[in-house]
Design a protein around this ligand. Sequence first.
Ligand code: TXA
Ligand code: MG
Length: 328
Amino acid sequence: MEAIETRIEPADDAAVAEAARILRAGGLVAFPTETVYGLGADATQGAAIARLYAAKGRPAFNPLIAHVAAAAEARALAVFNAAAERLAAAFWPGPLTLVLPKRHGCPVAELATAGLDSIALRVPGHVVAQRILRAFAGPVVAPSANVSGHVSPTTAAHVLADLSGRIDFVVDGGPTPVGLESTIVACLDGDPVLLRPGGIARERIEAVLGRPLAAPRRPEAEGAPVAPGQLASHYAPRARLRLAATDVRPGEALLAFGPASLPGAAAAVATLNLSPGGDLVEAAANLFSFLRRLDASGAETIAVMPVPNHGLGEAINDRLRRAAAPRP
Ligand code: TXA
Ligand code: MG
């Protein structure tokens, strides 16, 4: 790929207008959402989406989420059943993505949906994302703004570290408040299915639906695009992760959680605590930036204390497992 100049601007009126202009011209714009920074392209321009896949080094079989400013725009692209309507009413704008049957004549490029007859849709709540989507006035596909397989970016600096020279523009709106990607729920035929745990806890979704979410039929297997997150070693830092650590071994960095201390912790190469008070929301917001910082400490291994699996802990543990998985 030929290097291009990547400009970065704080998220003011001029930057929002510039972002919309670049998107219309088929360019690539990174912008904050409440979950993580997204790398946006006009969802209707196949050539722009091809550039996006190339910039990320993303396997083209992995489909993208189309972002729109409001549920009414999402209804023009996909078919909502009763469950989808309830979830949209409860959680949009917000960190929820719905996978729905694509409408006949949906203008989103085939390349963005990887040839599936379903489409992933999200209405982000972040004020900067909202302003860019309204200024652009159309669907914007946006994967996380990182090189494929790296940790997702929660600051503009993370975006530049991965994508400088590969994208046109970064709108800097400060650190993202949720820190984990959106929860993905498929509302196709049959029961709603949790495809990816994320920024909205399973329990909150099940409370709105009045029933448990189903598990994907083919979790992680076969690289099938029906189940997202598919590549087991997604979200990987350079260092290896040792999960459920009950001690810290020589040369290790420590990713702590909660007030407890581990044997050997005093000798850790570097230590960051996701939430000393044991708050899972705070831990989610810190997860990706702390993984990056501990990775930068130079330690070969990061010992990770156990994180409870309820609430946002399910998504945190999902990302930690993927980060710990063997590399392809
Ligand atoms: O919070 C987020 O969701 C962020 C921000 C930027 O919105 N975006 C994000 O996108 O995490 P990405 O591309 O990193 O993850 C999108 C996931 C992928 O795992 C993909 O497989 C899945 O959504 N996906 C997209 N379309 C799908 C479909 N039609 N069926 C099943 N999974 C789909
Ligand atoms: Mg991603």
